[in-house]
Design a binder for this molecule. Sequence first.
Ligand code: SF4
Length: 355
Amino acid sequence: MSGAGGSLDTTLGFDEALERAVAAAEPARSWLVPLLAAEGPEAERLRRAADELRTRTMGDEVHLRALIELSNYCRRNCMYCGLRLDHTGVRRYRLTPGEVLALAHQAEDLGYRTVVLQSGEDLYYETEVMAGMLRSIKAETDLAITLSLGERSDVTYAAWREAGADRYLLRIETTDPALFAAMHPDGDLERRMRCLGQLKALGYQLGTGVLVGLPGQTVVSTADDVIWMHELGAEMIGVGPFITHPDTPLAGANGGTLDQALNLLATLRLVFPHAHLPATTALGALDPQGGEKGLEAGANVLMPNLTPETQREAYLLYPGKPIVDVTSATCRDRITERVRAMGRTVATDHGHVRR
Ligand code: SF4
């Protein structure tokens, strides 16, 4: 992990920090920290600068990625997550390959150009099961496919890429070794970083992301996350405010705030002018206007939910997840309306990463 960028006593004032960001300076703690910690009018200026840069680099189009939550089984015990193995109160489900293929067709019929296949770390979808599913979707539709299935072997990643997966999302969550270990009792930061390196080497369009507002997390730690993602060459980055789930060991902890998440999102836009940045559903869980606020702070992607309504409420990584009670078609209509109401348009191309 990089600690580059100097110590906090070299931290710049907000104005100079924003100038560095707008001038596309090499990311460093000295200017990332004041941006991440911005409040009031300064936070507004940060988000405006990010919005202006997004207009210039990515245009006004918003890319919609249809999210299909394949399974809420998970072998891991991340401290913050409602799907963790030890949470026995969850009704677990898995979609069959046939159901997933039908949903992919539905996605295409609704006008989506990408499906995101996401699940807990569920080894039921072993290499060939998943590869078969990918080949079928690619043969029968013109969809781009993003996978978000956690840590797997190099062989598996290679097979899925070969079978047609275009992109992979694997969030690092935090690059702080002590915090990562505290949040992931069965995790290994080095292993996760190796997985990301392997995904990149295989030619996947590479997505990662972080949580913000974790217990004990500091803005310096978040600045280091940004520096690390820059070194990695991340092409898609999701920001999740930490939201406390009542059935996890962190039930009593304070959660992250929308302002923390928006500051990070805006800072990421300034550091990654051409990355695809979603306004994540977690923003909408903190504020009914969270999606819009994310799109006004540098984001250019939304991820509407296409998981069958009967399973959607069982895929609760955190409470308050929006749009768990509307049909997929209604969800699509509402999101399109919201994008248009902002004077933006829904993209009609695949929205691949530009290299
Ligand atoms: S964050 Fe992902 S890997 Fe961790 S417990 Fe939740 S679903 Fe499993």
